[in-house]
Design a protein around this ligand. Structure first.
Ligand SMILES: Cc1cc2nc3c(=O)[nH]c(=O)nc-3n(C[C@H](O)[C@H](O)[C@H](O)COP(=O)(O)OP(=O)(O)OC[C@H]3O[C@@H](n4cnc5c(N)ncnc54)[C@H](O)[C@@H]3O)c2cc1C
Length: 456
């Protein structure tokens, strides 16, 4: 059997702070070793949890006993025109850097670029550019997977699932990572995307790459109010060539002010944009000046740039916020964070509801930010420890409203072990049973990713 890493403690938690336990951690070097681990675990009925980079926010890669298999040694990258072939352990930052050398890029761009390719596929991760390119699952052209019976298979996009299954209707959102995708005419790549390490071990993937446009305008546009920013979202969403549309509310900006001292005191909301350009003289640049004026944005205070360094600076600005709230939550143990999405036309209704209920219940102790282009903003509650139950109830209230509007309780982070209660709000018992039938078909002993998606 392949050697275990000497220190197993990093594998016993993820970025959510959820903690577990394991007997052993394996870091196989190749597919033959992965097969050997799966077969041995299967023969001895030992639960097996698959570890990516551990940036997940739902406890999904955290074991509840048994063995862990880490894909950290699957690091090969081959960049080809229009596609990248990568090992499951390749980090998104590594993929982006390798693709950039050929003037290509992978689509979605999740905010946490320390995530692995295998983890991002398995959570169907989204990102700032999912607004234009869709979530991670949509980028997958082919997958290599090892099942618990020791079989390894390669699936191309379009290879249809070849066993009977019952269909489950999907939410009317642009992203979904709640339970299995089970639409008619399903292919294997779709089934594996977002399956949270419960169906098989992904060892390699081929991912779509896109050519870099000749130039890109990127910016952080500040507004004197959230209402004006919400108006701008509706006007800007259809702008041709717009590939990123993200938001931050007033409290998010307040969190960032100590680090970004140059930010205007008048700024009470921000939208981040990226726009493809034909060149750095593209007339589209002047149109942005007009758009800012029409939407009453704080033009003089806003930040714009054209270079990769500018984009990275703005990405760091976006990343700093979840990094702060994730850290606050881990330290206090009482952070509540949503990953809901609603149909695009319901964005404003849901956002207004979030803000009104948060102001009533936790005035000043919350922040709303994220992928507003996909109607997938994250509400973060930072209650006092004694208010944890109240926060829990508010989260559930939000989830019920989201579902009533045709949305999803997990747009991009998955259900993991921490949100299994939410799955039942979104799907009927019979629909969840249809998902469990798929799980039992591919992992009859229910050893892989125990506790993920379904209560166990
Ligand atoms: C600051 C911050 C910002 C974030 N921003 C975003 C964002 O913008 N968008 C977004 O979607 N997420 C975001 N996340 C969440 C996280 O980065 C994603 O969920 C990411 O996809 C997890 O990847 P990972 O490699 O860390 O997976 P892990 O946490 O290690 O695992 C996640 C799940 O994938 C499974 N898995 C991992 N590798 C494999 C494999 N090879 N085969 C089968 N299953 C596997 C695991 O078993 C587990 O169920 C953010 C997290 C942080 C901390």
């Amino acid at each position: 059997m392949p050697a275990a890493p000497t220190d197993i403690s990093p594998f016993l938690e993820d970025a959510s702070g959820y903690r577990g336990s394991a007997e052993r951690v394996f870091a196989p070097a190749d597919v033959a070793e992965v097969r050997a681990i799966a077969s041995e675990a299967s023969g001895r009925r030992i639960p097996l949890t698959i570890a990516g980079a551990g940036t997940g926010l739902t406890g999904a890669r955290v074991p509840r006993g048994g063995w862990v298999v880490s894909l950290e040694r699957f690091r090969q990258i081959e960049i080809l025109p229009g596609r990248a072939r990568c090992g499951a352990g390749v980090l998104l930052a590594e993929l982006q850097a390798a693709a950039a050398k050929t003037r290509q890029f992978p689509g979605p761009n999740p905010t946490e670029s320390a995530a692995s390719v295998g983890g991002a596929i398995s959570t169907n991760a989204g990102g700032a550019r999912s607004f234009r390119y869709g979530p991670m699952g949509r980028q997958v052209l082919a997958l290599e997977v090892t099942f618990m019976d020791g079989r390894t298979r390669r699936y191309e996009r379009g290879d249809k699932v070849d066993f009977p299954y019952r269909t489950v209707p999907a939410p009317r959102t642009t992203k979904n990572a709640a339970g299995y995708t089970l639409h008619p005419d399903l292919d294997w790549v779709e089934l594996f995307s977002g399956s949270e390490g419960t169906l098989g071990i992904v060892t390699e993937a081929e991912l779509q790459l896109y050519p870099e446009p000749p130039a890109i305008l990127s910016g952080v546009v500040f507004f004197p109010s959230e209402e004006l920013a919400l108006d701008a979202v509706d006007f800007w969403r259809p702008v041709p060539g717009l590939r990123l549309l993200e938001s931050m509310d007033a409290r998010a900006l307040d969190f960032l002010r100590p680090k970004y001292t140059g930010m205007s005191a008048r700024a009470r909301a921000a939208l981040m944009i990226e726009q493809d350009l034909a060149s750095e003289d593209d007339p589209e640049i002047d149109r942005w000046t007009e758009r800012l004026a029409v939407q009453s944005a704080l033009e003089e205070d806003s930040w714009f740039g054209f270079t990769a360094a500018d984009r990275e600076r703005f990405r760091e600005f976006r990343h700093a916020l979840p990094a702060i709230t994730v850290d606050l939550g881990r330290r206090s143990g009482v952070k509540f964070s949503t990953d809901f999405a609603v149909p695009l036309e319901k964005n404003r209704e849901m956002y207004t509801y979030y803000r009104q209920r948060c102001e009533e219940t936790f005035p000043g102790r919350y922040t709303i930010f994220g992928h507003i282009g996909d109607a997938n903003v994250h509400v973060n509650l930072l209650p006092r420890p004694e208010d944890a139950d109240l926060a829990e109830r508010l989260m559930e209230d939000f989830a019920r409203k989201v579902v009533a509007l045709g949305g999803t309780v997990a747009a991009e982070h998955g259900i993991g072990k921490q949100k299994t209660n939410l799955l039942k709000l979104m799907y009927s018992a019979d629909e969840i049973e249809a998902m469990k039938e798929v799980k039992r078909h591919l992992d009859p002993q229910w050893l892989l990713g125990q506790g993920n998606i379904f209560e166990f």
